[in-house]
Design a protein around this ligand. Structure first.
Ligand code: ATP
Ligand code: MG
Length: 255
């Protein structure tokens, strides 16, 4: 049986007077590639931030790799942090750092690798995301949108995580760049045996990557299952998301 990578139990989130999540439950197993979908403002990014300990839920418990997110001291929390990589919604490379220094950042933070090792690792990651050695010297402002995503992916993979979280990784990319990013993510996911949690509005991305879909609506995970299982559910959000003409085209293309 595959073990649990993320376990969210009875999570509730309140900002001011607004409850964003109420009694939300979700279990993600090793090797799953889960697409988290839901309306804008439904709390997807918030949930992702909670999953990695950037934000404490108002109520409830989250376990990563069957361990509580917090407690046990700095060393334990740090070693937990090394087991996941994140690509945030707005790409967020350090704009004052070169591509090289962006990817090197998490490696340098470990404070136990010499610069030669760091260099080798950075070049390896760069190659992994299909960028060239000469791209290492570029600054973020000199990159195309697709390249920014690839560098961010390389940085997220720098510490060889088991879990990768991606928040709208293909938003703002043109269809070709989006397809090529999706292909790269799928290939790396399979090769590295990653568990992936992916927030997306894009049905092409979902259809190409997700083994399971979690629908966040009405403040909780309304449904969790395969694309086919989810599509059979009669709910306004799901109808809109999966059954528009554009959506049908995307799904037909991938099935
Ligand atoms: N730190 C915060 N303080 C107060 N309100 C917040 C905070 N973070 C998020 N919110 C609110 O919580 C709700 C959920 O936000 P969140 O960013 O998680 O949505 P989302 O599902 O990721 O939306 P989108 O699809 O547009 O990215 C929104 O109404 C947002 O304004
Ligand atoms: Mg969001």
């Amino acid at each position: 049986m595959s073990h649990s990578v993320i376990s969210v139990r009875n999570l509730s989130t309140r900002f001011g007077v607004a409850w964003i999540h109420r009694q939300l439950n979700l279990e993600i197993a090793a090797g799953d590639m889960v697409a988290l979908v839901g309306g804008s403002g439904s709390g997807k990014t918030t949930l992702l931030r909670q999953m990695i300990g950037l934000l404490t839920p108002t109520e409830g418990e989250i376990r990563l790799f069957d361990e509580p997110l917090f407690g046990g001291g700095v060393a334990r929390e740090r070693s937990l942090r090394q087991r996941f990589g994140v690509l945030f919604q707005n790409g967020a490379l350090f704009s004052a750092f070169s591509v090289f220094d962006n990817i090197a950042f998490p490696l340098r933070e470990l404070k136990c690798l010499d610069e030669t090792t760091i260099r080798d690792l950075v070049m390896l990651k760069l190659d992994m995301v299909e960028l060239l050695p000469r791209h290492a010297a570029l600054m973020p402002a000199e990159l195309s949108g697709g390249m920014v995503k690839r560098v961010a992916l390389a940085r997220a993979l720098a510490l060889e995580p088991e879990l990768l979280l991606l928040d709208e990784p293909t938003a703002g990319l043109d269809p070709d760049r989006s397809d090529s990013f999706v292909r790269l993510t799928r290939m790396l996911g399979e090769e590295l045996g990653l568990t992936v949690v992916l927030v997306t509005h894009d049905l092409d991305t979902l259809a190409a990557l997700a083994t399971r879909v979690a629908v966040l609506a009405e403040q909780h995970i309304l449904a969790f299952g395969s694309v086919d299982e989810i599509m059979r559910i009669d709910h306004p959000f799901i109808r809109n998301f999966f059954h528009s003409e554009r959506s049908q085209r995307a799904l037909a293309h991938h099935h």
